[in-house]
Design a protein around this ligand. Sequence first.
Ligand code: ADP
Length: 431
Amino acid sequence: MLGASAVLLAAVALVEVPPPGRELLIVLALGAVLTATYFAIQAQRRWRQALQQAHTFQAQAQALEHALARKRYAQNLLLDGLPIPLILCERDSTLRYANQTALEWFGFREVRGKSLLALTLCYDLYRFFQQGVRRAAQLTCPLTLNFPHERHVMASVWPIMDENGTELFALILLDRTELVRIEQVRRDFVANVSHEFRTPLASIRSLAETIQEDPTMPAETRTRFLTMIVQEVERMARIAEDLLTLSHAESLPPRRELVDLVPLVRQAVQQVQAEAQAHGVQIETELPERLTLLAQRDQMVQVVLNLLTNAIRYNQPNGHVWVRAFQRAASAMSDSADQSVASDRSEVVLEVQDTGIGIPSEDLPRIFERFYRVDKTRSRETGGTGLGLSIVKHIVEAHGGRVEVESEYRVGSTFRVILPAPPQATPESHG
Ligand code: ADP
């Protein structure tokens, strides 16, 4: 504008104004043009600087945004990778966030906007959360969730702030289902052991008191009562012995050595031969020349003896027992996750088959439990403790093997112990 006015002034001076005023006006016009140019250059420079600053701010803002996004991503990775359910809720229990484990637990994909009750279907947890909100402090409480299946948890809730300063509440659920189960097993075991000892003790006491209170008791009756007392004491001793065996098997890993199963089985068969004859049961063996195993010898003897005595005691008169041992390629049922590896491996199989009373199918899943008996009276009569099969299972699993059973009620049973063969052993034929 100033430049244009100066040019106009210079043109007017040239045409209209006589010298010397003309020169003065031209000089003034030139001065105005120079001043205008100077200001224009200055303004342009400032504009460029401002533009540059704006670019720098924009780049900084973008870098900050990326850094924030990276931080949020790392946080989410950390929280989602946590094997514990973590949930963030607003005061009114509206969900803000649930990590991957929480989503998996409750079978949801997205939880934003839903309520804690809708997610967990657990009113106790909802009430516990409300309590945490009221107290605005960390609270912890054991709870049981029933959806989608029963879980015993230790729930903790505490207040936190989000990035905008809004109050939220964090909730975590520590799974203690396995601990509760183990505790229940322990309690049941103690109750069972007390019961197992209390029953013979009660009968010993009453028999002893009867003898004590009746000095005129015929000698024959007295002898019968004393025999019964001795039998009960022997039963208690057997239970104590089996409990000790079980406890040893549980507390120590087996001290393995190279064992030939064949002479070990033959020796066990010899040991139970008298009992088998007393029951009218015939034992047959189908064994290879040699079958090596990496195992703790005395524990393997225990396994064979327990299976053999059961096969004799739960048999019928004129019954049969077959004992087989052989080596085979590891079956697809092997626990190994890598089947290609499993097929390269061999396993040693010990099979005890009988023509006995069999086991009803509803009892089959429970026979390896401690003190579980299908027929209590028969087990008692045959001197059973209810611990034989749990000892077998424990020993075999501690050796990296498994026990299988097939049984038909009133037809017979087959118990199969499957153990990994030592790596260097070569398969030997069956029979
Ligand atoms: P027990 O000392 O009573 O024999 P076990 O733990 O050895 O205890 O066996 C548990 C139960 O399984 C037995 O009480 C019996 O009912 C059943 N059982 C075990 N082996 C056989 C078998 N060979 N035939 C039929 N029933 C069996």
